[in-house]
Design a protein around this ligand. Structure first.
Ligand code: SF4
Length: 337
């Protein structure tokens, strides 16, 4: 039995089976989620006899950090290995002058969506991660660094809304057991309308981010084959419905690719498309991967694009590049050794 991922109630059932008090369950819970230990032996406020008893039937984790890379900007990329040998990448980002530690987690091994700019999509889809495998990514970071993760973005490998049950269960554990507020959690999607409709019916405080990347059907389908299944006009209807039902502002993610979707006419089309959507816009200058020829835009093109969108009344940010030297930036995750 693996203790990581168990709720306090489940741990109470376990300690009851071992004829121990509920307080023991609370102590174990604290060791797992606050102190982020990796073995039962480290739970030093449990008696030695009880630890031995527990070790006979359980261990804390079955997940390993296979590779760790540290970027010159402090970003850390981990290759996490699960018992079946499958691996995913997880990234820890620190932003200067901020106490926030943001974990970018993966939701699937590989991805079926196959966006043309993304290294993950190139390897195809392998399998969904279960909720325990998702939370193990954050626990691995905490065990390794000794620090508490404060924010989570589901922007690693995989399409979270194609594995929504596990993502929602992981989110519940992040809330209840890690004590990370839902407002500090962002779920990103390439535009899976069925999943957006499901989220619209829930009272979730988390932010929904949409990877839009182009304002027209023709341009978008060159980047994202998912556009053929869920075209922009239908996506927009789903987003309006989501905003109406939840009252929440969404985030639009937009990767800027030199000479492709970063020109002033495209900025104007994007402003027009987003005109009646309650949203903030996050521009992401493209990070090169060896699998394609897309290029990063110049700083002046980025600023011009930003200015045109701001002129339409939207709040626009340009995402700080993090971890590009270790291929940990947006679209660079591969999940390979
Ligand atoms: S960008 Fe996201 S949805 Fe698209 S292929 Fe990569 S992991 Fe999948």
């Amino acid at each position: 039995m693996i203790l990581a991922g168990m709720s306090l109630e489940e741990l109470e059932d376990l300690t009851e089976q071992l004829h121990a008090t509920k307080f023991r369950a609370k102590q174990i819970h604290n060791w797992i989620y606050s102190k982020s230990v990796s073995s039962i032996d480290e739970m030093t406020n449990l008696s030695k006899d009880f630890r031995e008893e527990l070790k006979n039937i359980a261990s804390v984790t079955d997940t390993k950090i296979k590779i760790k890379q540290v970027s010159k900007d402090g970003t850390i990329k981990y290759l996490i290995e699960y018992p079946d040998g499958e691996c995913v990448e997880t990234v820890l980002m620190r932003f200067d002058n901020r106490a926030n530690l943001t974990a970018c987690v993966s939701s699937q091994v590989g991805c079926a969506v196959n966006c043309s700019f993304c290294a993950t999509g190139k390897g195809g889809f392998k399998r969904n991660l279960n909720y325990k495998e998702i939370i193990e990514q954050v626990l691995s970071i905490q065990r390794d660094t000794g620090l508490k993760v404060t924010n989570i973005v589901f922007m690693g490998q995989g399409e979270p809304l194609l594995n929504l049950d596990n993502v929602l269960k992981a989110l519940e554990i992040f809330n209840n057991d890690f004590q990370i507020g839902a407002r500090r959690i962002t779920i990103s999607t390439s535009g899976i309308i069925s999943g957006i409709n499901r989220l619209a019916e829930m009272d979730l405080q988390s932010t929904l981010a949409i990877s839009l990347h182009a304002p027209t059907h023709e341009l978008r389908r060159e980047l994202m084959p998912i556009e053929n299944k869920y075209p922009l006009n239908e996506l927009k209807t789903a987003l309006k419905n989501y905003i109406d039902k939840t009252g929440r502002r969404i985030t639009i993610e937009y990767i800027l690719i030199h000479g492709f979707n970063d020109t002033p006419p495209v900025a104007k089309e994007l402003a027009h498309f987003l005109k009646d959507l309650k949203c903030n816009i996050n521009l992401i200058p493209y990070n090169s991967v060896i699998e394609n020829d897309y290029k990063k835009p110049s700083n002046s093109d980025i600023m011009k694009f930003k200015y045109l969108l701001e002129h339409s009344g939207k709040k626009v940010t340009v995402r700080l590049e993090r971890g590009a030297d270790i291929d940990a930036a947006c679209g660079q995750l591969r999940g390979k050794v």
